[in-house]
Design a protein around this ligand. Structure first.
Ligand code: 5RP
Length: 224
């Protein structure tokens, strides 16, 4: 339970109107958004809402709360996507993928007219990279990529699921987390990763959100 996550997540429902196609983010902050969205639907304050999910986990949560979820390919466009972030600059770029859903999150974001990030104030940073940068890679040849990252000094680690097994994304890929410490040139880093064969996507979301809702420890809000 985190008040700053909760106030940010619940506030984002103010941006939703009846009849909208709503992108449903993944993680503990997006959870509060989904919960509040379900509350308003059940109260009759919002009608004809359709959700498009960013992960299997979110699909399950939303359906359990009675929100209709359909696939991205069934809609023309998403009106508003509300999602969390692991780090964000005030200049509308950040790192996502701490929950392992970065690929579907980015695909849904690219198909959304408006993207809102909901974060606690501890996620707002002056420079990206203290949070390990997730890189989603196909399983085949993933150790080769790992060794490349290692030799390049990018401090990789395979994302684990439990003690023995590797984390597998909803798309069936592995995640290699890069412990970079700082990312002084995010565009350059993104460009390099985008051009590596075997890399499916990465957690650098550059110029994605239109609005960032920041929850404070005392329950106050800041809208960026
Ligand atoms: C999942 C994500 C999440 O949005 C991000 O990890 C933030 O999660 P939380 O709101 O639980 O801190 O990118 O892939």
């Amino acid at each position: 339970m985190s008040l700053m996550k909760e106030v940010a997540g619940r506030k984002a429902v103010d941006y939703i109107e009846s009849g909208m196609v709503v992108g449903l983010g993944t993680g503990s902050t997006a959870y509060y958004f989904i919960d509040e969205l379900a509350n308003r639907i059940h109260a009759g304050e919002l009608t004809h809402i359709v959700g498009v999910s960013t992960s299997n986990e979110t699909t399950q949560i939303a359906r359990e709360k009675g929100i209709q979820v359909i696939s991205l390919d069934q809609v023309n466009q998403i009106d508003v996507l509300v999602d969390g972030a692991d780090e964000t600059l005030r200049t509308f770029s950040g790192i996502k993928g701490g929950g392992g859903a970065l690929l579907y999150e980015k695909i849904v974001a690219q198909n959304s007219r408006k993207v809102i990030w909901v974060v606690g104030e501890d996620k707002v940073v002056d420079e990206l990279g203290a949070f390990p940068l997730p890189v989603e890679v196909v399983q085949f040849g993933s150790w080769k990529l790992f060794r490349y990252f290692e030799q390049a000094g990018m401090m990789p680690s395979f994302r684990k699921s439990g003690v023995d097994s590797l984390f597998i994304t909803d798309a069936g890929n592995y995640i290699i987390d890069l412990h970079l410490g700082s990312i002084p040139q995010p565009n350059q880093t993104a460009f390099e990763l985008n051009n590596m064969v075997g890399v499916v996507d990465h957690g650098l979301f550059l110029n994605y959100p239109d609005v960032i809702i920041v929850g404070k420890e005392d329950g106050e809000l800041e809208i960026i």
